[in-house]
Design a protein around this ligand. Structure first.
Ligand code: ADP
Ligand code: MG
Length: 308
């Protein structure tokens, strides 16, 4: 006769069947809460270059999709662009501390983002079924761009987002994976910061949530002090930190995009640690708060804030 203890002993992982059931049940209210909702995920940093993390990322996106959430992936690729630039012996020119994107650099960025990074993400998702379609912001007029500053060459800002192609792919049950190259009205391509694009797309598609996977556990009040992690903030509080210079470097476009998203109808924006396997599942399906969460208004009741 098989006893419950035998079943526990045969469990393929250290977790008991009861614990597994509890884990699944903990996810239930979150699954119900996010069913049919769009969740934009900005994928970048270490999570993108480590093959094991790339695999668990794809699993998480497919699991979200399988329970009725509509994920949209927006990806970066700065390190991969830098790597090919080095291999080609192409020097980066800086003007007043900002990287100049000449026509050749733009070509390299576009080849790497659209031709390599995007393909790799789409392929890793499609291991699980014919689910994902890759596109560039140039496709179907998705991202209308303009030059940020003529001295910087083809570095663009988002002028407008036309989400029609994303809406159509979502309506077909597909998972869009977006490279952040935009085009102006004359068809000239521009490289645009992926954090900025992710926020603009989340607003345009009416996303419920935007999640930034990055290479640090979240936003810190002092970048050198791990203990200064900001767990929750309102858009106005973060705007103040942007204005007073607390936030530096790669966090600037992320925080600015979280503020923009929260102020324009996206329910919450999150910056979480992409170095943790399955961090996306932890963020979406568990009661544990992770990384930094940004909302427009203060979360009123701290005892119920982790309930769906
Ligand atoms: P990603 O690939 O996710 O865009 P970035 O390097 O562009 O990564 O941005 C994340 C980095 O921003 C962190 O690794 C950290 O070094 C830097 N950073 C600057 N200010 C802060 C801050 N206040 N809190 C956390 N990280 C910060
Ligand atoms: Mg960055």
């Amino acid at each position: 006769m098989t006893t419950p203890a035998d079943v526990e002993a045969q469990s393929p992982t250290s977790m008991s069947p009861t614990t597994k059931a509890e884990v699944l049940i903990e996810a239930l209210p979150w699954i119900q809460r996010f069913r049919d909702k769009v969740v934009v995920v900005k994928y970048g940093g270490n999570a993108m270059v480590d093959p094991d993390l790339a695999r668990t990322f794809a699993e998480d996106v497919v699991l979200m999709h399988s329970v009725g959430i509509r994920p949209v992936v927006v990806h970066g690729g700065g390190p991969q662009i830098g790597e090919l630039m080095d291999r080609l012996g192409k020097k980066t020119e800086f003007r007043d501390g900002l990287r100049v994107t000449d026509a050749e650099t733009l070509d390299i960025a576009r080849m790497v983002l659209v031709g390599k990074v995007n393909r790799d993400i789409v392929a890793s998702i499609n291991v699980h079924g014919p689910l994902s379609v890759g596109l560039s912001g140039e496709d179907a007029g998705l991202i209308l761009a303009s030059a940020r500053n003529p001295d910087l060459g083809f570095v663009g800002d988002v002028e407008a987002v036309n989400p029609a192609i994303v809406d159509r792919l979502l309506a077909e049950g597909l998972i869009p994976v977006i490279s952040t190259i935009g085009a102006d009205l004359a068809g000239q391509a521009y490289n645009i910061n992926a954090d900025t694009v992710a926020g603009a797309i989340a607003v345009a598609v009416g996303a419920e949530k935007i999640v930034y996977l990055t290479d640090i556990e979240g936003l810190r009040r002092n970048v050198d002090d791990e203990a200064s992690l900001i767990r929750r903030a309102t858009a106005a509080e973060l705007q103040a930190l942007l204005d007073d210079g607390t936030i530096a470097g790669g966090m600037i476009p992320k925080v600015a995009a979280c503020v923009h998203a929260a102020d324009h109808g996206v329910g919450s924006a999150h910056m979480i640690d992409g170095r943790i396997p399955h961090v996306l599942l932890l963020e979406i399906f568990t009661n544990r708060g992770i990384g930094t969460m940004v909302t427009r208004d203060p979360v009123l009741d701290p005892t119920t804030e982790d309930q769906p």
